[in-house]
Design a protein. Structure first.
Length: 415
């Protein structure tokens, strides 16, 4: 592993709900088109390994650089928000602290709703997109796989994600609490990404209604989900007509500009609009109408219940699991740092075994009578020395001295 890819040069820089509201986070949200442009810019700036995580709670960039400034500048090159604003509000972590942050984000420990399990799917998608474009190497791939493994163990062995609490479920809770006669209300759901899909399923399951119309820019996706769940769908060009007659509107898109406009809802009766999008997908003028009640993700995330109280009690267990997986990853990273020296050692030992002068001086295999047995014995001896040397290198951080010691041990033990 080159110096540029040592763990000390791994950074995370981001903003989240702790210091910013949804309107500010919206300025730094990254949609798929922006992500593509950033990846293209990264090539020209010699950025080799990174990915961007953008959700309703956070926008973060993880990657290798000489310093975090280069990652921040890359991220903000395509955002509506300014570099100056980001720098004032962001947090930056380096090395093992950055690794730990990703583990905690993946587990839902850093989510606005504690234990929100949707975040790990969002991490997978973010990394997949970067990998498809050649920006994920061995370090990030191993790190993300370790994070995924830890979240699975937490889900199986703790109740951190127990119960039903997420932004999509909180939206349904809000409707259930504030709207009467649900069965006679027309619900329109715009956007059927992961959050939109989950919201639709929760509406049917917990509000006991199928009076739902799905709208998506790709109509085929809306039609397929509508068929699976047993609700209706409409083409995007009918958006205005459907919104006019809707009582409850939920929007969960990643559009850069507002999709629901003032003209869609003005003078059309009382409307409850729940905006699950970052950036906001409801035009400001529409939000200010007297007939519109608007609820956003920050308001939904304030909802508390017994499930969340139970989750808090599971945090210590989850952190213990994370610590074990993180230490395993750090050990792997340290071992990888010494890979060139270990590779050279293996080559040297193989050359020694194949040297006639060495084998004639050291009666290595007096009892071995077959070529296969000799090869197996040689491989075992070399593997044992490599394993012992790797441990010593990690403990002493003196690869040169350990290299010489390993050769001496090999010669000594073979006599």
């Amino acid at each position: 592993m080159s110096a540029a890819h040592s763990i000390s040069q791994f950074f995370i820089a981001g903003i989240n709900y702790k210091k910013t509201d949804a309107s500010i986070r919206g300025q730094f949200a990254i949609n798929s088109d922006q992500y593509k442009k950033i990846l293209a810019i990264a090539s020209s700036r010699n950025m080799a390994e990174f990915f961007i995580l953008s959700t309703c709670n956070r926008t973060e960039i993880y990657g290798f650089a000489e310093d975090a400034t280069k990652l921040v500048e890359l991220l903000c090159s395509e955002t509506e928000g300014s570099l100056d604003t980001f720098n004032k509000l962001c947090y930056i972590k380096q090395g093992q602290h950055a690794v730990q942050h990703l583990f905690e984000v993946g587990a839902g420990l850093e989510s606005q709703i504690l234990g929100d399990y949707e975040i790990i799917g969002q991490i997978k998608q973010a990394v997949k997109f970067a990998k498809q474009n050649g920006f994920v190497g061995a370090f990030l791939e191993r790190l993300v796989n370790s994070v995924i493994a830890s979240t699975k163990e937490i889900k199986n062995q703790t109740a951190l994600s127990g119960g039903t609490v997420s932004v999509s479920f909180a939206a349904v809770q809000y409707i259930k609490k504030h709207v009467t006669d649900i069965q006679n209300k027309k619900i329109v759901l715009l956007g059927i990404g992961k959050i939109g899909r989950n919201t639709c399923k929760n509406i049917v399951d917990y509000l006991n209604t199928t009076n739902v119309t799905l709208i998506n820019r790709t109509e085929e996706k809306a039609a397929l989900l509508a068929s699976e769940i047993g609700v209706k769908h409409a083409p995007f060009w009918k958006l205005s007509q459907e919104l006019h007659s809707a009582d409850i509107i939920l929007v969960a898109t990643n559009a850069a500009e507002p999709t629901i406009l003032k003209t869609h809802v003005e003078g059309q009766g009382e409307k409850l609009i729940i905006d699950l999008s970052i950036p906001y997908n409801v035009e400001r003028a529409a939000q200010e109408l007297k007939n519109v009640t608007l609820v956003n993700v920050d308001e939904l995330s304030k909802l508390k219940d017994e499930t969340l109280k139970k989750r808090v009690k599971e945090v210590p267990k989850a952190k213990n699991i994370l610590s074990a997986h993180m230490q395993e990853f750090i050990d792997w990273s340290d071992m990888r740092k010494h890979a060139p020296a270990l590779k050279a050692l293996k080559l040297k030992l193989n050359n020694m075994q194949n040297c006639e002068l060495y084998t004639s001086c050291h009666h290595t295999y007096p009892a071995v009578t077959t070529t296969t047995a000799i090869v197996a014995s040689q491989e075992y001896a070399i593997k044992k020395v490599l394993s012992t040397t790797a441990v010593k290198m990690r403990q002493t951080n003196q690869p040169g001295c350990t290299f010489i010691e390993a050769i001496n041990d090999f010669i000594t033990h073979r006599n």
